[in-house]
Design a protein around this ligand. Structure first.
Ligand SMILES: [Zn+2]
Length: 415
């Protein structure tokens, strides 16, 4: 018995020492691990929540799904769903969801094969998401978030074989870039008259969320070679507005003449309903009539290409000018045409015809239409983008920045 108790004492002492050593050893080890954790290891997060400990489910909204029906599949009670609907005002409607959009469920348990969601995240767009937090049993927290967007600077180049579109697609660029370029160069490059051998170099940006490309950012600067000329787009900010300019500081946007002739008075304004002077019934007049003496010269309102020059029963002798992919102007009732034919480029102020009274007209006047994306807008309320050149006081700064952009664009390798 005595021997036995001695063994027990020895055993206790030994165990105590071992435990003590183990504690000291482990403590050291933990503190090392803790240090490492603080310095290097970041706990993985999803939508701002540490993912550790959650059962995660990711899926996309199917057509016909409502937010409530989806949440119901993940253990959210009808009472809670009702609460969300009541919390969603018109300005903060969180229950509207679209098929194809992804959602993620953070569940803590699964009961009767139904995951019990504690957090539900719906991706409204590639950038925005809404988080529904059910962790507090008394209140539902609904918050909207924006993912950080990264801007990546890129470059593009190409030689035209058939069209800008084909050159872009063949060289692996997006249609969005083709569109952005056609807008940047809308006033200087005639995209309908590109010839094989014309070329472009452009600097642009794209927007990313993580690794995922969201959309094009913007065209930063570029050059288009057409008709033996280099047409430059140099970005420059003055009066806190950024615009594109050519190499001598002229705006790439052209203004429109307020009126394309010297008129005596406006005989009919833009209106959805007016009494027609000839037919004596109410019709719309989506144009302005400028009265002027017979033979008064009519000018191209802005730079463009003549697309129509013909006789119409109602319009008489008339001309249409396409200025860019957005704007077209139409001039009617000419007594005779100017010297330009269909397909000719005209500059602002070129004489395209002379006031007359041909077609359905009660006296010499110009019927003038402005079409914006194919829709007739009020020429007198039409405010084209401003086209101020670089101010002389800014020229020094412009020339410095111009040098930078020209060098940068020129260094783009031709594809
Ligand atoms: Zn008219």
């Amino acid at each position: 018995m005595k021997k036995k108790s001695l063994y027990i004492i020895i055993a206790i002492v030994v165990i105590t020492i071992v435990v003590a050593l183990a504690v000291v050893f482990l403590k050291q080890k933990t503190s090392v691990v803790e240090n490492v954790e603080v310095v290097e290891v970041k706990i993985p997060e999803l939508y701002g929540e540490p993912i550790e400990g959650w059962i995660l489910y990711t899926d996309t909204v199917r057509s016909g799904d409502f937010l409530g029906t989806i949440m119901g599949r993940y253990g959210i009670s009808p009472q809670q769903i009702d609460k969300i609907a009541k919390m969603s005002s018109d300005t903060f409607n969180t229950t509207l969801i679209n098929p194809g959009r992804p959602f993620t469920v953070f569940a803590d348990t699964v009961i009767d094969s139904i995951p019990q969601a504690k957090i539900f995240v719906y991706e409204n767009t590639a950038v925005k998401f809404t988080k529904y937090d059910f962790r507090n049993p008394d209140t539902i927290l609904i918050e909207k978030f924006r993912k950080p967007i990264d801007t990546v600077n890129l470059e593009a180049s190409g030689v035209i074989e058939t069209s800008l579109w084909n050159a872009m697609i063949n060289n692996g660029y997006s249609w969005e870039l083709a569109l952005a370029m056609s807008q940047t160069f809308a006033w200087t490059v005639d995209f309908y008259a590109l010839q094989p051998g014309d070329w472009f170099k452009v600097l642009y940006s794209e927007l990313f969320v993580g690794d995922k490309r969201i959309s094009i950012g913007e065209v930063q600067a570029g050059v288009f070679y057409q008709g033996g000329k280099e047409l430059w787009a140099i970005p420059f900010t003055q009066d806190s507005t950024q615009c594109f300019f050519d190499t001598i500081g002229n705006s790439m946007r052209k203004t429109f003449l307020l009126a394309p002739l010297e008129y005596t008075h406006i005989s009919s304004r833009y209106s959805n309903a007016r009494m027609h002077p000839i037919f004596h019934k109410v019709t719309e007049h989506l144009a302005v009539d400028f009265s002027a003496p017979m033979g008064t010269p009519v000018y191209a309102a802005s730079d463009g290409t003549i697309t129509t020059r013909t006789f119409g029963t109602g319009a008489g002798y008339y001309v249409a000018i396409r200025h860019n992919s957005v704007y077209t102007t139409v001039y009617m009732h000419f007594s005779r045409f100017g010297e330009y034919n269909v397909g000719d480029r005209v500059s602002q102020g070129d004489v395209i015809g002379y006031v007359g009274s041909t077609g359905w007209s009660t006296g010499p006047h110009l019927h003038y239409e402005v079409h914006e994306n194919g829709r007739k807008i009020d020429p007198l309320k039409f405010e084209p983008p401003p086209a101020e050149p670089v101010d002389s006081s800014n020229l020094e700064r412009f020339n410095e920045e111009k040098r930078y952009w020209i060098d940068k664009v020129n260094s783009v390798k031709m594809k």
